[in-house]
Design a protein around this ligand. Sequence first.
Ligand SMILES: Cc1cc2nc3c(=O)[nH]c(=O)nc-3n(C[C@H](O)[C@H](O)[C@H](O)COP(=O)(O)OP(=O)(O)OC[C@H]3O[C@@H](n4cnc5c(N)ncnc54)[C@H](O)[C@@H]3O)c2cc1C
Length: 412
Amino acid sequence: LRHVIVGNSAAGISAIEAIREYDKNSEVVIISDEAYQAYSRVFLPKYIAGEARFNDILMRGYTFYNDIGAKALLGQTVTEVIPKNNQVCLLSGEKISYDNLLIATGASPFLPKIPGIDKQGVKGFRTFEDACQIANFMKETDSIVIIGGGLVSLKAAEALSKGGVDVTVVVSSGNILSQRLDSVGASIIQKSMESKGIKLFLNCDVKVIKGYRSVQGVELTFGKSIECGIVIVAKGLRPNIGLVANTGMEIITGIKADCYQRTNIPNIFAAGDVAECYDLIEEKESLNQMWPNAVVQGRVAGANMAGGHVKSDGGIALNSGSFFGINIASVGKTKTKGNSYREVTTVSEDGNYRKIVIHEGRIVGTLLVGDISGIGMLHSLICQKKEVADFLTFLEMGQISFGHVLASLIGR
Ligand SMILES: Cc1cc2nc3c(=O)[nH]c(=O)nc-3n(C[C@H](O)[C@H](O)[C@H](O)COP(=O)(O)OP(=O)(O)OC[C@H]3O[C@@H](n4cnc5c(N)ncnc54)[C@H](O)[C@@H]3O)c2cc1C
């Protein structure tokens, strides 16, 4: 048998390791258009901040592929999948046959149609190559504009501000991290961000990116101009699905995959940021483009490619990390519409914010800003869909009784 994996990152590497747990002998080929050994994108901000070298962000050691018995074709782009021949085509013209194929091609930054977006110095922030180019541009400018207010935007802002440059973040919505945070939680981070010298413009967009060939500045929708030498565009992601166009593969926004990570085409699997899978809380397919989801999906896909019968319970939206010195953790549904949801929120005297979202007697989401202790238990309660009627009163008073939570988790 030959297992072919396209994409050498969180999902792809997890898949190889799972394949080898079930199948020591089959051929495994992993292909990536990036010419590097697998690394963690999560740590790219540390690289541009000068706090990590490439070696520090590698996912596995240099002998990984050899040790695990996989052939790595790095720096090779897959242009097309031909299911009827069980083959993938490389840009070089070479065709590689597979018995099982995993599409783990991740996602790429979405570049909106802003006039001037094609100028030199405008960058998405996704790859090691992007990080190197941003680090190089930084040597020639003392001002950077970041478009977008999501996780990647904020991580870039924090990293770049450490290099002593002026950083301005332009956000279309009314608060940062608007997909995950409400205005109360976001304002805590926004204050810290601004106290560190980062300029933040909410409720506006970049109207035009100015300059001749290279970026010289931007004009915002309300008329303000900002001089800058780099524009980082972090306005969301688009799954990398070009290689499966014309295959008849079912696409939502990403590739639709079932709880075994199978696509609608026999012997083709999909995992990670490219895949749209069942979401435990939304109870429908959803894109949950985060590292832990990619790892779990890659493991499930790998096991099933190698003859296992491993089922995923479904993904969940989650986010945790530290932004400008403030911890945040969010799991599941953190923003709701309609009367059927109850949101229990508290802000402590020392500024910690906590929100718990309850729906039909169960916790379906939580958002913690500042003190994130207890997130592990809340995560378990959400994923296990435990009834919380027993300790609803505590929750409504803004307290979480860990005794009750534990009892609920162990079923007493
Ligand atoms: C700056 C930054 C910070 C982040 N921070 C966090 C964080 O704190 N927490 C978190 O959970 N997540 C974070 N993420 C998101 C996380 O990195 C992704 O969810 C994760 O990398 C997804 O893994 P993946 O294997 O699905 O795809 P990817 O990591 O995108 O890898 C896919 C690979 O496939 C390759 N590929 C694509 N198309 C082809 C083709 N046609 N032929 C050959 N190869 C191809 C790509 O070049 C890439 O190497 C961050 C991302 C970035 C960019």
